[in-house]
Write a protein that binds this ligand. Structure first.
Ligand code: FAD
Ligand code: SF4
Length: 513
């Protein structure tokens, strides 16, 4: 009785998609839980449960709206455990005459569906997901013939295109500036944390049991009675509402601050809901701008601009990079780093207090905010010399919002500089100085943030200099790093050798740090 199969992937839970505006009795919507997706990397258990729980909710919503749905749970005997195999099976067994899908965001799945289209023997059509504000084609046009992709120029185009935070003329940015970063990024005052968020708590015992009975290997922890990531659009809007009331006013100011007192601080926690498409990016930034307009005495333009930039700037930009550079991007290793990550990346058991907190909260919440990802776990992995594929796999597994199109340019590009400067103009590395100035982690740490060598010297310090020393041939000509090399060459030879010896010792003893 059905003529068309329409596939909805686990990160395509967009209830506003044009497909759903009309009912067609000949269309069967198919959603599935597959081992190919749970096993391509070792995921956090909250990520597996969150994706499946949101997809189950979405299937129920489609049924409520009168659409025909075939949902294949992980333990369904019909489930072939791969997206392509399930489609082949359903098309053949139901005698379907047409296959339609929304374009996957991941290169791996996109290739799989394109290959499938060639062998199904029926008409196949791909549709836009209607989620993003820019297309890979437009991104390619904008940077045609250019050697570097400048985020700032992309961001300005997006502001103009969507008339966001613009004067009436449509070309001048509000406040006369495109970017207010200079006023942001302060250290958190003592005691400052946002009020507790009152988030919907879900009972996800059934899915947790399913993960266990299927024998899926995972990382991290979950409280099966109190799972709080949003699973529907209404819940995503509640998270947004909480952020607007309590986070937006400090968003830019404390964007880079890190504290042991709070895992989320003034960040929005919207990345999961955005990335599975429960909520649309334009809806989020327009809500933020509306809130700012009605609370201008409490929320400054700098805060809202900083937030808008993350979503219409960075988020769209990294997607453009991903599609412009794949599949080669996934192999880039500018520094030729080869080491595996220390085993404590999966347990948090290290005496380095900053990393213990960042990894510990990642295992507990499947979340760390941007600066923890960039300047703690990413920074250490780069200074140490971990293989970028190892680092990619860790980030792709541990965070609830991790999908390759956004994870990879951030990790391999921005954080590991394995692309040699496509995303960032210099490696994001720092010594303990930065961590000490932006966090409260160093107080009470076994290591001393002021010491470069000797007993209890902070490993970030010697490893920072040793990184620059090892990669001098690749980095010394970078004008943005000149100062570091000038400082290094100004140190006397004995001092340098002590630092390098200390770094070598720490790199050898990395499991015991
Ligand atoms: P907020 O700080 O509240 O920011 C608001 C929104 O802006 C986010 O929800 C996100 O959608 C967007 N955003 C902010 N920064 C970025 C960025 N650099 N790239 C893309 N979008 C951005 N983000 C992911 O969504 N998935 C990932 O797998 C991912 N991996 C990362 C890996 C590394 C090494 C680094 C340094 C960053 C990564 N990010 C990733 C970007 C960023 O850290 C997260 O988007 C953010 O921490 C999510 O938390 P939030 O929703 O509270 O963000
Ligand atoms: Fe991290 Fe070093 Fe500070 Fe310890 S002293 S918290 S290891 S930066």
């Amino acid at each position: 009785m059905y003529h068309t199969l329409r596939l909805i992937l686990v990160d395509q839970l967009n209830e506003q998609h044009c497909w759903l505006a009309e009912k067609d009795e000949g269309v069967l919507y198919v959603l599935m839980e597959c081992r190919s997706e749970t096993d391509y990397v070792r995921h956090h258990i909250q990520k597996i449960v969150g994706f499946f729980a949101a997809m189950r909710r979405f299937a129920a919503l489609l049924r409520e709206k009168g659409h025909a749905v075939d949902y294949l749970p992980l333990d369904d005997p019909r489930n072939r455990q791969s997206v392509a195999e399930n489609i082949r099976y359903l098309v053949a067994s139901l005698g379907l005459q047409r296959f339609e899908y929304q374009e996957p965001d991941e290169y791996r799945l996109s290739s799989e569906l394109k290959a499938l289209a060639g062998v199904l023997g029926i008409p196949v059509q791909g549709y836009d997901t209607e989620h993003f504000l820019s297309s890979p084609q437009a991104f390619g046009e904008l940077f045609k013939g250019k050697k570097t992709y400048l985020m700032e120029s992309f961001y300005r185009k997006m502001r103009v295109k969507y008339r966001l935070l613009m004067e009436e003329d449509g070309t001048t940015p509000l406040g006369g500036r495109w970017n207010f970063d200079a006023e942001n990024r302060k250290k958190l005052p003592a005691q400052a944390v946002p009020p507790p968020a009152c988030l919907q708590q879900h009972d996800v015992r059934e899915l947790v049991d399913l993960v266990h009975s299927a024998g899926i290997s995972y990382i991290g922890q979950i409280d099966p009675l109190r799972f709080t990531w949003p699973l529907s659009k209404a819940e995503a809007l509640q998270v947004l509402e909480y952020f607007l009331r309590h986070g937006l006013r400090f968003f830019g100011t404390y964007q880079d601050a890190m504290t042991e007192r709070h895992p989320f601080l003034y960040h929005s926690r919207l990345s999961f809901a955005l990335n599975v498409k429960l909520i649309h990016p334009l809806e989020v930034v327009e809500a933020a701008i509306r809130y700012w307009r009605s609370h201008e005495s409490e929320v400054s333009l700098a805060q809202v601009e900083g937030f808008v930039r993350q979503i219409i700037g960075w988020r769209e930009y990294v997607r453009g990079i991903y599609w412009a550079q794949m599949p080669e991007y996934g192999q880039l290793n500018f520094f030729g780093h080869q080491l595996p990550l220390p085993s404590w990346y999966w347990t948090g058991k290290t005496d380095m207090r900053c990393l213990r907190f960042a990894i510990g909260q990642s295992l507990e919440h499947a979340y760390a905010h941007h600066i923890q990802r960039l300047m703690l776990t990413g920074n250490f992995a780069l200074l140490y010399g971990a293989h970028p594929s190892e680092v990619d796999a860790w980030y792709l597994g541990i965070y609830i919002d991790a999908l390759e199109w956004v994870e990879m340019p951030n990790t391999r590009g921005m954080s590991q500089f394995a692309d040699g400067g496509i995303v960032g103009t210099k490696p994001y590395v720092s010594s303990a100085n930065y961590i000490h100035s932006m966090s409260d982690y160093c107080q009470g740490c076994r290591y001393d943030p002021k010491k470069r060598y000797g007993a209890n010297a902070c490993p970030f310090n010697s490893m920072y200099w040793s990184f620059y020393h090892r990669h001098e041939a690749l980095l010394a000509k970078n004008p943005r790093i000149g100062m570091a090399y000038r400082l290094w060459s100004g140190m006397d030879a004995t001092e340098k050798q002590r630092i390098l010896d200390q770094a070598e010792y720490y790199r050898r003893e990395v499991e015991n740090l």
